[in-house]
Design a protein around this ligand. Structure first.
Ligand code: ASP
Length: 583
């Protein structure tokens, strides 16, 4: 007889003989009778053992095979899809025993620390929640592949053993045995390969691909992570890509979690996002828009404000709905937080009883504060938080406070989704040493209107790049690329690369650009993060089968691990003893 799926049995099978196999999920030995919830990939079903002596030897997570008859349950369990029936066992075969478990696997909340969970990942993944996460991940990937494939995209694999790709992180290096002293780099992204592919006539490419970045693993990053990477030829304006991706994302949300998204998503220029939300990853599930009040306070009697405006700094306000009743100590806490975020201070104003009170009212007058409240669209009962300082500092600090306060005050609607494109990023930024660096990567096309300033005022040049933001999280990022060698060389030069260096690093791209490169552009999604959001987890480690810990270790396999002297000799590598520096 063929094995059947536990989770698919039901009242329709009453009286039928079945063979089942799976894991002992729950066990109740009542002496004369033993109940087991048997689990396989499809779900659970209750088994009943009477007069089968071996049933007393069973332990949780043993693997068994049984033969029995389906019967109606006296006390149905409405919580279980198979709860109307049970299987009266006639034959039991223990296929494999399990040792006592280090943690239970029949719970949604993990009852072990991360290290233990990862060391026993084979058990951790048996938990229903992890099984659901992996299944949904598969479903998401499948719906992506189907959607793109139907629109003429093909999935092409690109190498893992390659040269450094410039996404701004440190490379993982792999020593070459055949050419000692030389190294491959694991790709930070397939950027150069996907551009090469469209130049090769693969007009629509995509790949669900692993990328590697050797960064210090702050905040839920993984040294290897998965991107949905995509590129298309003859893309000159981002709109065609936006429409395609909006369709794709709407399709994935529908297929994976049954949510209908509204398209098109709003498009917000970077400068506007920084002004209104204090970040280039705005969470649009709630309002609380920051407003610039520099002009209102220009020349006012509060020296702090007047002088700031005079210096070219800004005065901005963050309205906080319904928070006028915050106590002095809470306001003090907000001020302390603002200082932590780099502001000199934070000035409050309360809109209550049709009046505005604030410690600065006596200097600037209530009339001015009223105008401020009006511009911020504040209403009776709202709190206004005013800050002065350099535009970037104020934007960032108020943006952070906006997110924290919305969370604290419960202003983020549960289960809502807000997606937006952020467009027109600057092409360049200054790095820590004050040198020009790419904001996205060096292959991003400058905005055609800003080309005249490329050399004269590079920081003013906008890029034809875009990010997709979901609920305040950057989920995808891409750009229209440079498809002409002369422009690409100008950009390399601005980035401080000599001709030889540019050729040495990216020669193959420069050469390809000389042989008929179509205009092109693309995007890449952080797939782990997208899946995490869709399944409702708060860490990407919950949607990756075998993730690394925060120190980049894999407790399951023990990687990274030492290698033998012989292996090192073959690679002509030597490990230097650690040099201890005295502190
Ligand atoms: N390669 C870029 C990244 O990984 C994405 C892109 O420009 O398509 O961020």
């Amino acid at each position: 007889m063929l094995r059947e799926a536990c989770g698919l049995l039901g009242i329709k099978d009453e009286g039928r003989a079945v063979v089942l196999a799976g894991w002992v999920h729950r066990l109740r030995d009542l002496g004369g009778i033993t109940f087991v919830d048997l689990r396989d990939q499809s779900g659970l079903v209750q088994l009943v053992f009477r007069n089968i002596p071996e049933a007393h030897d069973l332990s949780l997570e043993d693997v068994i095979r049984v033969k029995g008859v389906v019967r109606r349950r006296e006390a149905p369990n409405p919580k279980l899809p198979t709860g109307e029936i049970e299987v009266l066992v006639e034959e039991l075969e223990i296929l494999s025993k399990s040792k006592p478990l280090p943690f239970p696997v029949d719970t949604d909340e993990p009852r072990a620390n991360e290290e233990t969970r990862l060391r026993f990942r084979f058990l951790d993944l048996r938990r229903e929640r992890m099984q659901r996460n992996l299944r949904l991940r598969h479903k998401i990937c499948l719906s992506i592949r189907n959607y793109l494939s139907e629109r003429g995209f093909i999935e092409v694999e690109t190498p893992y053993l390659t040269r450094s790709t410039p996404e701004g992180a440190r490379d993982f290096l792999v020593p070459s045995r055949l050419e000692p002293g030389k190294f491959y780099a694991l790709p930070q992204s397939p950027q150069l390969f996907k551009q090469t592919l469209v130049i090769s006539g693969i007009e629509r490419y995509f790949q669900i691909v692993r990328c590697f970045r050797d960064e210090d693993l702050r905040a839920d990053r993984q040294p290897e992570f998965t991107q949905l990477d995509l590129e298309m030829a003859f893309l000159e304006e981002p709109d065609e890509l936006f429409t395609l991706i909006e369709g794709l994302v709407a399709h994935v949300f529908r297929e994976a979690i049954g949510v209908e998204l509204e398209v098109p998503f709003p498009r917000i220029p970077y400068a506007e996002a920084m002004l209104r939300y204090g970040t280039d990853k705005p969470d649009l599930r709630f309002g609380m828009e920051i407003v610039d009040l520099s002009e209102i306070f220009r020349g006012c009697d509060l020296r702090l404000f007047a002088e700031a405006v005079e210096r070219g700094e800004v005065i901005r306000v963050l309205p906080v709905p319904g928070a006028a009743r915050k106590s002095r100590s809470e306001l003090k806490r907000l001020e302390d937080r603002a200082k932590e975020l780099g502001l000199g201070g934070l000035i409050w104003a309360k809109y209550e009883h049709d009046a505005i009170s604030s410690p600065i009212a006596k200097f600037v007058g209530e009339g001015l504060l009223r105008r401020a409240a009006e511009q911020a669209h504040a209403e009776e009962g709202d709190l206004l938080l005013l800050a002065a300082g350099p535009a970037e500092t104020v934007a960032e600090a108020l943006g952070t406070l906006r997110g924290e306060l919305a969370q604290e005050l419960g202003l983020i609607p549960e289960g809502s989704w807000a997606l937006a494109w952020i467009v027109d990023f600057p092409l360049f930024k200054l790095d820590e040493e004050g040198k020009i660096a790419s904001e996205h990567h060096p292959f991003t096309s400058p905005h055609p209107d800003d080309l005249p300033y490329l050399e004269s005022d590079p920081l003013r040049v906008r890029a034809r790049s875009y990010d997709l933001v979901i609920n305040g999280v950057e989920i995808a990022s891409g750009s229209i690329r440079i498809h002409r060698r002369d422009l690409q060389e100008r950009i390399f030069k601005l980035l401080g690369l000599t001709e030889e260096e540019a050729w040495e690093k990216f020669g193959f791209l420069l050469r390809a650009l000389e042989y008929g490169a179509p205009p092109h552009g693309g995007i890449a999604f952080g797939l782990d993060r997208l899946v995490m959001m869709l399944v409702g987890e708060s860490s990407i480690r919950e949607v990756i089968a075998f993730p690394k810990t925060a120190t980049g270790a894999c407790p399951l396999t023990g990687a990274p691990a030492e290698v033998t002297e012989e292996q090192l000799r073959e690679l002509r590598l030597k490990i230097e003893p650690e040099v201890k520096t005295r502190s």
